[in-house]
Design a protein around this ligand. Structure first.
Ligand SMILES: [Zn+2]
Length: 87
């Protein structure tokens, strides 16, 4: 296990759960632990807030896209060059 700022394993408290994972907080060092099925990522509090903001914006865009007519949705250019390479 990686060293923590407080020298011991984090003592985490789960603060959110969903069907794909959970988010937990260490009250000793403030590290935010994001667990998605078989992976776990650790963030500083500020990075966790940035991640949450980014996901919230993505959610808004996905809902907006899902609510548009198929013809309009197909004509939108929402994909980035990186995204295009993934499809
Ligand atoms: Zn900790």
């Amino acid at each position: 296990m990686a060293a923590t700022p407080h020298g011991d394993a984090c003592e985490i408290v789960r603060i959110a759960t969903s069907d794909i994972g959970s988010v937990a907080l260490c009250h000793q060092c403030g590290t935010v632990h994001v667990c998605l099925q078989c992976i776990s990522l650790r963030f500083s509090p500020s990075a966790a807030l940035s991640l949450a903001g980014m996901l919230e914006e993505a959610q808004r865009q996905l809902v907006k896209l899902a609510n548009q007519e198929p013809e309009t949705r197909d004509s939108l250019d929402l994909a980035t060059p990186l995204g295009r390479g993934l499809h």
